[in-house]
Structures are given as C-alpha cells and as structure tokens.
Design a protein around this ligand. Structure first.
Ligand SMILES: *[C@@H]1O[C@H](CO)[C@@H](O)[C@H](O)[C@H]1NC(C)=O
Ligand SMILES: *[C@@H]1O[C@H](CO)[C@@H](O)[C@H](O)[C@H]1NC(C)=O
Ligand SMILES: *[C@@H]1O[C@H](CO)[C@@H](O)[C@H](O)[C@H]1NC(C)=O
Ligand SMILES: *[C@@H]1O[C@H](CO)[C@@H](O)[C@H](O)[C@H]1NC(C)=O
Ligand SMILES: *[C@@H]1O[C@H](CO)[C@@H](O)[C@H](O)[C@H]1NC(C)=O
Ligand SMILES: *[C@@H]1O[C@H](CO)[C@@H](O)[C@H](O)[C@H]1NC(C)=O
Ligand SMILES: *[C@@H]1O[C@H](CO)[C@@H](O)[C@H](O)[C@H]1NC(C)=O
Ligand SMILES: *[C@@H]1O[C@H](CO)[C@@H](O)[C@H](O)[C@H]1NC(C)=O
Ligand SMILES: *[C@@H]1O[C@H](CO)[C@@H](O)[C@H](O)[C@H]1NC(C)=O
Ligand SMILES: *[C@@H]1O[C@H](CO)[C@@H](O)[C@H](O)[C@H]1NC(C)=O
Ligand SMILES: [Ca+2]
Length: 547
C-alpha cells in the first residue's frame, strides 16, 4: 500500500485473524462448519472446487485474500453452503452476489469481480447442487425449495456478516447486493423479507414473478408446438423474423443504428413477412406462412386469461436473436416444465401438453419455496434508507422485459398512495439491445456493459468494474454506492460496447441508459457513438404525474 502523501482508499488491513478453518470455526454457531479456509497471494487464480457444476469458471488475477467455504444446517433435512472472499485490502464493505436459473452452486466468478473493488464478497449455493436449467433436485424436497426461495440467501448473509466482523474486527460500513435473473429475484426477495440486510441492491432482469414466469415459459413454448404443426416456426426462421422487426422498428426510435430502443411503440406489421405462391424454401425466400404469422402474434402479445386477467407480458420486438432458448426446441425449456413437474406438482410424469391456466392458479396458491418476490410494499426498505437500482435488457429472450416494467409499476401503485415517491430511492433502467443480463446480438452491437451482475464474467475471468471507465457514471455498482453513501442519484448510466468484448480496451460505442420512464434521445448532431451527444428525456408527458 502507498502511504506517502495520500490517504489510502482501502483502510483496513486484516492482520489479527488467521485464515484457517480452526480460527473461523471458533467464531461460528454450532449449525455452521468450515469446509475450507485458505490464503491466496496477490494475482492468484482461485481454482473452483471440483463438483461446482453451476459455476465451474475460476476467477483469475485476484488480490490477496482469504477464501472460505462454510456449510450451514437450515432444517433437519437441508443445508446450504456459501463462499466468502475476504480481501487483505478491504474497502470496509460487504457485497453479496446472486445465482442464475435454478442453479445450485457457489458463484466464485462473480465473487472474483466483486473482490476486485475490495469488497468482502459472499455467494450462496442456495442449498442444492445443480446446473441452472435443472430443477429435478426439488422433487418432494420442500425444505430445499425454501432454501432456494429465500432462506439460503438470508442465512448466508447473516453468517457471512458474523465472519466479516470477527475477521476484520468491525462490521461492514455498508452492505450491498448485486444479482441478475434469479439473482435479481434473490435481491428483491431478500429486501422484502429482511429489509435490514442491505443498504443498496442492484437487481438485473429479475426473475421475480416465479409462479407466473416459470409457467409462462411453458405457455410460450406451446405457441410454437408441436414442431409438426403448420403454425410451427422453425428456429432457422427466427433470423428472418428478427431482420424484418429491425427493418420496421429501428428507425421508429429516431435513429437508424441497428438498435431498437423503443420496441413498445413500434407498430410491427408481421404480414410483411407473408410468403408468396410456390415457395419451396422459406429460409431462402425469407418468408412466413399465414399460420406462422398467427404464432408471431401470440409471442408478441401478453399472456391474458379469461376476464382480461394479466398473467405475463410478451417477449419484446428485438428479442428474436435469443428465441432459441425458449422457442427453439421440440419441448418447452426445463425452466418451465421441470418447475411444474418437480417444484410445483411433485409429479415428474406431468405432460406439458396438459398445461392450462389452472397450473398458474395453483402456483399462485401454493407458492412453493415462497420464492415469488411479490410484496410490492417496499416501505420497510425505503424507511431504513435503502436504495434499489434495477435494470432489464430490451432484447431479453428469457425473461420478458415487461415483467420488470410491471414490477416497477406495481411498486409505484403501492407506494404513491402512501406518499412515498420512488425517484429518491428506486430507479429502473431499460437497456436497449441488451439480451438476458449481458450481451448483444452480433449485428446489433448495442452498448450493454455497465458492470452489472454477471457482466464482468461475460468478458473474461480477470475483469472487474468497467475497464478504463471505473467511475459512478459508467459502473452501476459504483453508481449504487455513490447514491447510497453520498446521496448522488444516478440520472443516467453510460453503457459501453467494446470492439472486442474479450479484450475490453478499444471502445466501439457508448450511450446513456436512462431512468424509466425517460429514454435516451440522440440530439441529432455529433457522433451517436459518443454518450455526450445523447440526453435522457421524457418521451411521454408523464413527468407531472411523478412529481
Ligand atoms: C498476473 O498474472 C498474469 C497471468 O495470470 C500475468 O500475465 C501478469 O503478468 C501477472 N501480473 C503481475 C503484476 O504479476
Ligand atoms: C454435484 O453433482 C454432480 C453430478 O451432477 C457431481 O458430479 C458433483 O460432484 C456434485 N457436486 C457436489 C459439490 O456435490
Ligand atoms: C423435521 O422437522 C419437521 C418440522 O420442522 C418435523 O415435522 C419433523 O418431524 C422433523 N423430522 C425429523 C426426522 O426430525
Ligand atoms: C405456381 O406454380 C404453379 C404450378 O407449377 C403454376 O401454375 C403457377 O403459375 C405458379 N405461380 C406463380 C405465381 O409463379
Ligand atoms: C433452404 O435453404 C437454406 C439456405 O438458404 C438451406 O440451408 C436449407 O437446407 C434449405 N432447406 C431445405 C429444406 O432445402
Ligand atoms: C369472469 O367474470 C364473470 C363476471 O364477473 C364471472 O361470472 C366469471 O365467473 C368470470 N370467469 C372466470 C373464469 O373467472
Ligand atoms: C386444466 O387441466 C386440468 C388438469 O389436466 C384439468 O383437470 C382441467 O379440467 C383443465 N381445465 C380446463 C379449463 O381445461
Ligand atoms: C411467504 O412470505 C410472505 C411474505 O412475502 C409471508 O407473509 C408468508 O408467511 C410466507 N409464507 C410461508 C409459507 O412461509
Ligand atoms: C477478441 O480477442 C480475443 C483475445 O485476444 C481473440 O482470441 C479473438 O479472436 C478476438 N475476437 C475478434 C472478433 O476479433
Ligand atoms: C458530440 O460529442 C462530442 C464529444 O464529446 C463533442 O465534442 C460534440 O460537441 C458533441 N456534439 C454535439 C452536437 O453535442
Ligand atoms: Ca434505432
């Protein structure tokens, strides 16, 4: 550490407490046991223990730290484990990171990105061992469902904070969370149930509406099944659909740049894709039959039940490059089918063709694992001074973007009548052209990187923050910290696209993301790949209603 002339930013150096299983075991309750504890020198790789099938990638070029894994009994038939990185040069703050899908494993890679800032970082395995798309572990396991739903996250937070206090000799000054997808749900669910856990939460593409999201996953796939039917759109035609959407919707947002920034207000006319007579190869002809266009209508429209009951929003125009995941197979994604079979019904023989709305109603009634983050009254979190920063990609093909919009509006409708406006503590950013949590289609090249959850790991195993732009303007986690600790609210966030994401040095383009319901507007002059030439504006005349 440099000590001459400047006050070091990292103030606390761990010296008193040994990084050994016995030293740590001595401060833990009897329900917790140390699996391992070992020191890593500067610039090390943390080699992920064998068997972490969900998160096998090892973070590299770490700072000097103590790496710990602890197992905690959560009921008489369940337990969870969590990993903890305790950096030598600690920034005096705690960060918990999240999981994806139904993954059961410690997310060491995201922990590596977090420790790069100097956080003491925790990730939980959520109480089971599986990849993100595997839910079979939950069959007839109510306690494991609860662990995944919320208990393992909260329990890991509580025990991690105990370890941090003992290791450094003081409590963290601030507590943060960063997660995307299921990770977004975990953060929001945690502040609903335990508002004291975090000062600031970064929640990306939250899979918050478990009982509806997982069942919609089946419903959506059924629109395009069976593969032998006339209405089936084979995945080879998804690019044909995507190209037509881009053609019709790109300019609608005011700038032809291959990025659809305002899909909600594009009046897409799918009939432009209709095949003429005598087409022998639709891929070559680039066209759809009338029956297939009927399927497109369903995909692009909300799932509405009898009596105008809103069940789940539609996939967005511009999400086609990710349609393979939920629409490209001869059966629904396991995130839908196995949720119903194993998580909800405990009946692995259930056939997805038997899906109907009664399944959604049952999921709403049972709420297995109490996982759905449906408590829209966030006033306890607001009252303790918490800050919530949420974001969602507009080209997300896994979780319909509108589910984030719906959550924001439900919170708004709950809080406004209580006299609590959202702007001072809860902001939501839509990310034009970004897919699920990270990335952008090759022909779109939208700026998507802002150090959101999982994003560093999508570049490479050594990155943290925004290389070259490590500040609160470009890094969502630093923006959350500036808001929480200094009251500087993020009026915009600049997203970056590198020429080559693997080696994030040369910038292709940068552009501001704007707090909902404002949108980024190109001023009409100067290079549109430069963020300064854009501003956040209310395209709807709603501002008056919010203030
Ligand atoms: C850190 O390790 C990487 C390889 O993982 C190496 O290229 C680099 O030179 C090392 N840096 C320092 C400062 O030792
Ligand atoms: C998790 O399950 C896989 C088999 O799917 C196994 O290979 C692995 O060792 C298990 N990991 C742990 C930590 O038990
Ligand atoms: C486990 O706990 C449940 C409820 O907490 C209880 O009903 C059950 O009897 C316990 N089982 C055993 C084997 O202790
Ligand atoms: C379509 O094919 C039929 C039979 O081969 C032919 O009579 C007809 O002229 C073709 N129509 C067009 C528009 O090419
Ligand atoms: C249709 O054309 C594409 C190339 O445009 C080719 O890859 C595909 O095999 C053809 N399909 C059939 C059924 O001939
Ligand atoms: C729809 O609403 C009508 C009128 O309120 C009611 O009679 C009917 O039972 C409702 N149907 C369903 C399926 O809820
Ligand atoms: C929905 O599915 C269940 C189970 O297969 C069945 O019992 C019920 O009759 C179905 N309801 C409707 C409205 O089709
Ligand atoms: C589920 O969570 C809600 C709060 O969101 C709580 O009121 C309820 O008691 C919980 N249910 C169970 C079964 O734990
Ligand atoms: C990006 O950089 C990596 C690492 O240098 C290289 O392997 C890869 O080929 C590059 N990709 C492109 C599209 O240039
Ligand atoms: C566009 O951005 C550049 C770089 O920041 C700046 O020099 C220029 O003045 C901007 N143009 C307009 C019209 O704002
Ligand atoms: Ca555009």
């Amino acid at each position: 550490m440099k000590l001459i002339g400047v006050v070091p930013l990292v103030a606390v150096v761990a010296t008193a407490f040994e990084c050994t299983p016995s030293a740590l075991q001595a401060i833990l309750p009897s329900s917790a046991s140390v699996t391992f504890a070992r020191s890593l020198s500067a610039n090390s790789t943390f080699v992920v223990p064998l068997g972490d099938v969900a998160y096998p990638d090892s973070p590299t070029q770490l700072q000097a730290l103590c790496a710990v894994q602890i197992k905690v009994i959560s009921s008489n038939s369940s337990a969870f484990s969590f990993g903890l990185f305790l950096p030598h040069d600690w920034n005096e703050r705690f960060l918990a990171v999240g999981n994806g899908g139904f993954a059961g494993g410690i997310n060491w890679l995201d922990m590596g990105a977090g420790v790069g800032y100097g956080f003491a970082v925790m990730s939980t395995d959520t109480g089971h061992n599986s990849t993100s798309g595997d839910i079979t572990w939950s069959l007839n396991e109510p306690e494991q469902k609860i662990d995944w739903g919320y208990r393992a996250m909260h329990g890991s937070i509580v025990t991690a904070k105990q370890v941090i206090a003992a290791y450094y000799g003081c409590n963290p000054k601030y507590n943060y969370y960063s997660g995307c997808s299921t990770g977004g749900r975990q953060g929001i669910r945690d502040i609903q149930l335990y508002p004291g856990d975090f000062d600031g939460v970064l929640a990306g593409a939250p899979a918050w509406w478990t009982s509806h999201l997982q069942t919609w996953t089946v419903k959506l796939a059924l629109y395009n099944l069976p593969t032998t039917s006339a209405h089936h759109i084979p995945s080879t035609l998804f690019p044909v659909v995507g190209a037509e959407v881009l053609k019709q919707c790109d300019a609608q947002d005011g700038l032809v740049d291959n990025i659809i920034s305002d899909p909600q207000r594009c009046d897409f006319f799918p009939e432009a894709l209709l095949c003429g007579p005598n087409v022998t190869n639709q891929t070559t002809a680039g066209c759809l039959t009338a029956a297939q266009i009927g399927t497109l209508y369903k995909i692009y429209h909300d799932y509405i039940e009898t009596n105008e009951t809103f069940v789940f929003p539609h996939l967005e125009l511009g999400s086609e490059a990710q349609w393979d995941v939920l629409l490209g197979s001869d059966e629904p994604n396991a995130l839908g089918t196995e949720y119903v079979q194993d998580f909800l019904l405990n009946d692995p023989d259930w056939n997805f063709y038997d899906f109907n709305y009664s399944i959604v109603e049952l999921a709403d009634k049972i709420q297995p694992g109490n996982a759905t983050a449906y408590d829209f009254d966030l006033s306890p979190f607001y009252q303790r001074g918490g800050k919530l920063l949420q974001y969602h990609g507009l080209a997300d093909g896994l979780i319909a973007t509108g589910s984030s919009v719906h959550f924001y509006k439900e919170v708004l409708k709950t809080m406004m009548p209580k006299g609590i406006e959202l702007d001072s503590w809860y902001r939501f950013f839509l990310v034009p052209g970004m897919q699920h949590c990270s990335g952008t289609a090759a022909d779109v090249n939208a700026p998507w990187y802002f150090a959101g959850a999982n994003q560093a790991g999508a570049l490479n195993t050594a990155v943290h923050s925004v290389p070259g732009f490590s500040d609160a303007k470009h890094d969502a986690l630093l923006a959350l910290m500036a808001w929480t600790e200094h009251g500087t609210a993020p009026d915009s966030l600049v997203a970056t696209k590198w020429q080559n994401d693997t080696t994030p040095d040369a910038v292709l383009r940068q552009r501001p993301l704007c707090p909902y319901p404002t949108q980024a507007r190109y001023g009409g002059h100067g290079n549109p790949d430069v963020a300064e030439n854009w501003s956040c504006e209310y395209l709807y005349d709603l501002h008056a209603q919010y203030t």
